[in-house]
Design a protein around this ligand. Structure first.
Ligand SMILES: [Zn+2]
Length: 340
């Protein structure tokens, strides 16, 4: 019993002498560790003569609880002291100027894309993304370009080491994906994304570039619907007074095919450097979906028709901001990017 009294007195005295958290941890190990003094005292209970055992056990447990409570209290006190120390010793100079936080912004290409999305969203088109690595079948064959079709020469393609697998040369394979998912329900979708072509890099062409393609499929869709949609889009993007001009063209996956120009946003048709004295700027290719493509997408061309169009959002940004080099888009030069 006297050993317990001595243990308690010594433990309290040493606890009171602890000056920091490290000392408290050492104290705890010394008394409450696996071979600590308190543990040993409790282990003694079984060895005490039978007539004293109850009294000894009771006292040993009381000492254990008292020391545990004292330790917790000392821990709380130490936390307060540590806070006090940091407040007085680590003085903050509130008059120092703060660190300047650079404000980020979205890339011009992303902003242009989102603007295009929002215009078509108002017309009920939803954004539908598809993969950048495609099969030859999706990229060419199902879009009415069988092997050896001369239209394949319009694109220099990046082929992968897996035969029949390539980097898509246009977003048009998305037409097949979205039609196969939706058929026979109507489709109104915008298909944006990166395309890849093995071309010489110049101020006007890059090996990777974004395209936005649109597709509408339903019963009774006509050239008039296509013209209306394009005109509404061009006026939202380039200004309400814009006129559009339609020229006939050729794409394997549309019939008839057209190219669409908008009257020059700088000279308004009079002729200037931007429009190369023509008064018109080419903005997109379009047409009515070819019956073979409709069939490949799961629609009966006798009942359904559709229109499709495609444009380069980078080209849109070039025209609107007077940018003269398409390579700036992926150059990651902040001097360029910060201007927008
Ligand atoms: Zn012009």
């Amino acid at each position: 019993m006297s050993a317990l009294t001595e243990l308690e007195r010594r433990a309290h005295a040493e606890l009171a002498a602890c000056v920091d958290a490290a000392a408290l941890r050492m104290w705890h190990t010394k008394y409450f560790g696996d071979t600590g003094a308190v543990k040993l005292a409790l282990a003694q209970i079984g060895k005490v003569p039978k007539e004293q055992r109850a009294e000894y056990g009771k006292e040993a447990n009381r000492v254990k609880d008292a020391l545990a409570i004292a330790f917790d209290a000392a821990l709380v006190k130490e936390k307060d002291r540590a806070l006090e120390r940091s407040l007085t010793e680590e003085v903050v100079d509130v008059s120092m100027p703060g660190r300047n936080i650079e404000r980020g912004r979205l890339h011009l290409a992303t902003r242009t894309l989102r603007e295009i999305y929002s215009i078509f969203a108002d017309m009920g088109f939803q954004v539908y993304r598809t993969r950048e690595v495609e099969t030859d079948e999706m990229n060419f064959e199902l879009l009415n370009m069988p092997p050896h079709h001369p239209a394949r020469d319009m694109w220099d393609t990046f082929h992968t080491t897996t035969p029949g697998v390539l980097l898509r040369t246009h977003t048009s394979p998305g037409q097949i994906h979205v039609m196969r998912e939706m058929a026979p329900k109507p489709v109104r979708a915008i298909l944006p994304g990166m395309c890849f072509r093995y071309e010489q890099i110049t101020t006007r062409s890059e090996i990777m570039f974004q395209q936005v393609e649109g597709l509408a499929v339903d019963q009774g869709i006509s050239m008039g619907d296509l013209k209306g949609a394009i005109q509404a889009f061009a006026r939202r993007l380039f200004g309400q007074e814009r006129k559009i001009r339609i020229r006939s063209s050729y794409f394997p996956f549309t019939e008839p095919s057209i190219e669409v120009d908008v009257d020059c946003i700088v000279c308004r048709g009079k002729g200037c450097g931007l429009c190369k004295r023509t008064g018109w700027l080419e903005i997109m290719g379009a047409g009515l979906v070819h019956p073979a493509v409709l069939r490949n997408g799961g629609y009966d061309p006798a009942k359904f028709s559709g229109f499709a169009f495609g444009m380069g959002p980078q080209r849109v940004a070039l025209l609107r901001h007077g940018i003269d080099d398409i390579r700036l888009f992926w150059g990651n030069d902040l001097r360029f990017l910060c201007q927008f």
